[in-house]
Ligand binder design. Structure first.
Ligand code: ZN
Length: 132
């Protein structure tokens, strides 16, 4: 049984759109989480790759995929990094390039655990806003 063929509901689409814009960076237009896509392509407001990343995140949330306590501890121990520092990892093409050395400097293990970027940016996202 595949759930992939199930038609997507409007509610799901809204959830994915919100996840994409608020939590996912866009590798295609090089947009940080919280900013809209600048070059999403014709007929789109969100780049396909960003949309897919968000859809996967939503699906994992829906499945109740939880990080292990170990992973949670790693994320909680990460330093807070300003959006400016994240932006400094831009490539000339406008995307992001997080090198292994860069991640290590922030204390992020490699491969980086899910949610690492949000963990680094937790202040920038406004931690309080999440609990409304
Ligand atoms: Zn984009």
């Amino acid at each position: 049984m595949s759930s992939r063929k199930r038609p997507i509901s409007l509610e799901d689409m809204q959830k994915i759109a919100a996840e994409a814009t608020e939590r996912q960076p866009c590798q295609d237009c090089g947009t940080a989480p919280g900013a809209p896509c600048t070059q999403p392509g014709r007929g789109r407001s969100i780049c396909k790759s960003r949309w897919i990343a968000a859809a996967i995140a939503i699906r994992q949330q829906a499945r109740g995929t939880r990080r292990t306590p170990e992973q949670e501890a790693i994320l909680a121990a990460l330093p807070r990094v300003s959006r400016e520092e994240i932006e400094a990892c831009r490539t000339p093409a406008g995307g992001y390039s997080f090198t292994r050395a860069r991640l290590a400097a922030w204390g992020v293990p490699y491969p980086p655990p899910a949610g690492w970027l949000q963990a680094l940016l937790r202040d920038e996202d406004g931690a309080d806003a999440r609990h409304q």
